[in-house]
Design a protein around this ligand. Structure first.
Ligand code: SAH
Ligand code: SF4
Length: 340
């Protein structure tokens, strides 16, 4: 059995051809599940009974199971259980401009960044496209509202699960699907250079965010072992190529770790690294976790870092702290559950 949520519309059409069914049936199916949000084949009354029975033999429309939910003023954090019992997280964030969801792309992560809970627990497996799609459906059902943007910044390294992420994007971007505009979809990577190059060539208007977190190789390798495979010079080259090909602005994420990467020397170095590029820097206050020793930079240091980048002509913002009170950073809720 496969999940119907793993299927792009064109894949569904191809599958239906094998059953001698017309392409418009795929559109009817999309309409039932993504527009009407009906998750029961027996209710798809405009599809012939015989065909429905065949579809039921091949597909399931099961949802995820909500294991935990933590609500605070600006965020809801969800712990979902997959069909095989694995746990993942997704976060709903309320912004002035609308609602966004941060989805997970893998169960755990193999990149092993030293400050990150998801990396500490290693990858168990990749998520299927439909398991990422269903994180959105579950949350929209819970809040009875529609969201406007999606960031792939939860547990996992999306570019280590490239094909499934691309399928996921095409499913939610489809006007007959959840219909989230490409410009409202952002993928964040720790810097897998070959995949950045591939992403640049996709015919998509989606956004790219790079977890840089350090302005030089010595420091970056210390906190992100992926830097050994793809050092900064190579990473910057691929980012420049991406910008040249897509003409899109890239987000540079920089997590502020106390006494590690938050002094003015780092700020200046970062400024010269990024000078003249079509990027903006998002400074992320570190979310402390009990298993990892790093501390969060002081607000004064974050503001001084911010001012220094500004003075050097770099576009920069400080990420609003979304939910340190509810384990909102990457992987913390899952870790608290898995390690019980
Ligand atoms: N693997 C991808 C996407 C998921 S991580 C990536 O690394 O880009 C999403 C972002 O959260 C990354 O920038 C990551 O460095 C950051 N992050 C991880 N743990 C964090 C923490 N405890 N506090 C703040 N940001 C964190
Ligand atoms: Fe993986 Fe991203 Fe965490 Fe690094 S920061 S371990 S790449 S999830």
């Amino acid at each position: 059995m496969e999940s119907i949520f793993d299927y792009k519309l064109d894949d569904l059409i191809t599958y239906l051809e094998k059953l001698n069914a017309k392409p418009f049936v795929a559109k009817q199916l999309y309409d039932w599940i993504y527009k009407k949000r009906v998750f029961d084949f027996d209710q798809f009354t405009n599809i012939k009974l015989e065909l429905r029975e065949k579809l039921k033999e091949h597909f399931h429309i099961d949802m995820l199971v909500m294991r935990r939910k933590q609500e605070s003023h600006l965020t809801n954090k969800y712990l979902f259980e997959l069909d095989d019992g694995n746990l993942i997280e997704a976060v709903l964030m309320r912004h002035d401009y609308g609602l966004s969801i941060c989805v997970s792309s893998q169960v755990g992560c193999n990149m092993g960044c030293s400050f990150c809970e998801s990396g500490r627990l290693k990858k168990v497996r990749d998520l299927l496209p439909g398991e990422i799609v269903r994180q959105i459906l579950m949350i929209e059902d819970d809040i009875k509202e529609r969201i406007s943007s999606v960031v792939v910044m939860g547990i996992g390294e999306p570019f280590d699960n490239y094909d499934n992420i691309m399928k996921f994007i095409r499913i939610i971007n489809d006007p007959l699907g959840i219909a989230i505009g490409a410009r409202h979809i952002t993928v964040s990577t720790s810097g897998l250079v070959p995949m950045i190059r591939r992403y640049a060539k996709e015919d998509l208007q989606t956004n790219l965010a790079i977890s840089l977190h350090a302005p030089n190789d010595v420091l970056r390798t210390k906190i992100m072992k992926v830097n050994k495979a793809y050092p900064i010079e190579e990473l910057m080259k691929s980012i420049k190529e991406y910008i040249a090909l897509t003409n899109r602005r890239v987000t540079i994420e920089y997590v502020m770790l106390k006494d590690v990467n938050d002094d003015l020397k780092c700020a200046k170095e970062l400024g010269s690294l990024l000078k003249g590029l079509n990027v903006y820097v998002n400074l992320i206050p570190y979310n402390e976790t009990s298993h990892i020793e790093y501390k969060k930079s002081s607000n004064e240091n974050i503001m001084a870092f911010y001012d220094c980048l500004k003075k050097n002509g770099i576009n920069v913002t400080v990420r609003r702290e979304f939910g340190s009170n509810i384990d909102a950073a990457c992987g913390q809720l899952r870790a608290s559950e898995v390690e019980k």
